[in-house]
Design a protein around this ligand. Structure first.
Ligand SMILES: *[C@@H]1O[C@H](CO)[C@@H](O)[C@H](O)[C@H]1NC(C)=O
Ligand SMILES: *[C@@H]1O[C@H](CO)[C@@H](O)[C@H](O)[C@H]1NC(C)=O
Ligand SMILES: *[C@@H]1O[C@H](CO)[C@@H](O)[C@H](O)[C@H]1NC(C)=O
Ligand SMILES: *[C@@H]1O[C@H](CO)[C@@H](O)[C@H](O)[C@H]1NC(C)=O
Ligand SMILES: *[C@@H]1O[C@H](CO)[C@@H](O)[C@H](O)[C@H]1NC(C)=O
Ligand SMILES: *[C@@H]1O[C@H](CO)[C@@H](O)[C@H](O)[C@H]1NC(C)=O
Ligand SMILES: *[C@@H]1O[C@H](CO)[C@@H](O)[C@H](O)[C@H]1NC(C)=O
Ligand SMILES: *[C@@H]1O[C@H](CO)[C@@H](O)[C@H](O)[C@H]1NC(C)=O
Ligand SMILES: *[C@@H]1O[C@H](CO)[C@@H](O)[C@H](O)[C@H]1NC(C)=O
Length: 288
């Protein structure tokens, strides 16, 4: 009788583990703002129960019903107003599609499957999922704060719009021929009251190490989990201040050469002609 006890206990443990795995560990899912979220309910219908004996429904964390499939028919009596017309059920893989996802929609959801038996409805499957909502920030954009150009520094603003969640960091990367310096600014955040999306910007005064090298400035936005990434602006170039003096000398030399050589040649030619004329005159005289 001892082995059968063991088997019984291990069965109970197994059932508990299965229960824990399916009910307390939620599946993490993500959706983009204004797109569709897929809320799963991966029930394996091993008993081949038909739709006409099942009740399938989804609830949010406040127990408001998103969708109900009652004995094979969609039923909207219990569906909360805010989910009306926003859901569709995928019969193939037991997934509920929630359309036009908003930031407010983030949070946990549960799906339930009940079996209609002569004794009443019996819960046969339950699953939780945690929805996080993302919105991609726009490509960061660098704008000079003033048209006045200074040799020693430049004041720049960088902004990015309509993202979620709040980004982690925003900075400028100033690259000269030899090095890259990072400038962190204080990130200004503003949140839209309706959409809850963020606009962010930083303003910094970047000191320029010299005036003789070309410089490239990038603005970098680092976003948080679950969509951790770096977004780069288009490069902002600052050309070297003065063309090197040697270049000026070369231009002056070229100008001098191109003006004076023909002059000298012309003079030489005219002198030669004059002397030739004189010679011929002389010779003419001598001929005469
Ligand atoms: C949501 O998406 C639709 C097109 O699918 C678009 O017309 C609308 O502007 C978007 N809304 C927001 C707030 O981005
Ligand atoms: C499941 O039941 C349906 C009818 O309800 C039947 O057509 C189908 O063959 C059954 N499938 C299995 C694997 O038993
Ligand atoms: C269910 O199927 C649809 C396509 O029919 C797919 O887009 C979706 O990712 C699937 N969901 C799951 C959880 O497998
Ligand atoms: C957001 O950015 C990621 C990574 O670049 C991309 O895969 C995804 O399609 C973008 N989503 C939207 C809705 O633009
Ligand atoms: C810079 O000058 C342009 C036109 O010359 C003007 O439109 C723009 O507003 C100026 N920007 C700033 C920051 O002063
Ligand atoms: C740049 O910013 C600094 C301080 O942040 C300020 O003192 C300076 O006047 C600004 N320069 C220009 C050209 O706007
Ligand atoms: C860059 O490096 C070169 C040699 O590697 C050096 O001659 C030059 O002065 C450096 N420029 C700056 C701005 O540090
Ligand atoms: C965020 O930026 C967008 C696009 O530039 C603008 O339409 C919106 O009003 C801004 N929202 C906030 C809260 O600043
Ligand atoms: C700066 O860039 C220009 C064009 O991109 C190039 O002609 C020039 O030689 C560069 N100057 C220096 C100091 O690297």
């Amino acid at each position: 009788s001892s082995p059968s006890h063991l088997l019984f206990i291990s069965n109970i443990l197994f059932m508990c583990l299965k229960y824990l795995l399916t009910t307390t560990i939620p599946k993490n899912i993500q959706a983009y703002f204004n797109k569709t979220a897929h809320l799963p309910c991966p029930f394996t219908n091993s008993q081949n129960l038909s739709w006409s004996e099942l009740v399938v429904f989804w609830q949010n964390k406040e127990k408001l019903v998103l969708y109900e499939l009652y004995l094979g028919k969609e039923k909207s009596d219990n569906v909360n107003r805010k989910y009306m017309g926003r859901t569709s059920f995928d019969w193939e893989n037991w997934t509920l599609r929630l359309h036009n996802v908003q930031i407010k929609d983030k949070g946990s959801y549960q799906c339930f499957i009940q079996h209609k038996r002569p004794t009443g409805l019996v819960l046969i499957y339950q699953m939780s999922s945690d929805l996080s909502v993302l919105a991609n920030f726009s490509q960061p954009e660098i704008m000079p704060m003033s048209n006045k150009t200074e040799n020693l520094y430049i004041n720049l603003t960088c902004s990015s719009t309509q993202g979620y969640p709040k980004p982690k960091k925003m900075s400028f990367w100033l690259t000269t021929e030899n090095s890259t310096i990072e400038y962190d600014g204080v990130m200004q955040k503003s949140q839209d009251k309706v959409t809850e999306l963020y606009n962010v910007s930083i303003s910094s005064s970047l000191s320029l190490p010299d005036t003789t090298s070309n410089k490239t400035i990038l603005c970098v936005l680092e976003t948080e989990e679950p969509a951790k990434m770096r977004l780069f602006s288009s490069p902002f170039y600052i050309a070297s201040e003065d063309p090197p003096h040697q270049d000026n000398n070369v231009w002056i030399a070229a100008a001098l050469i191109s003006v004076f050589i023909p002059c000298v040649l012309l003079l030489l030619w005219r002198c030669k002609k004059k002397t030739q004329h004189g010679v011929s005159h002389q010779s003419g005289e001598s001929v005469l």
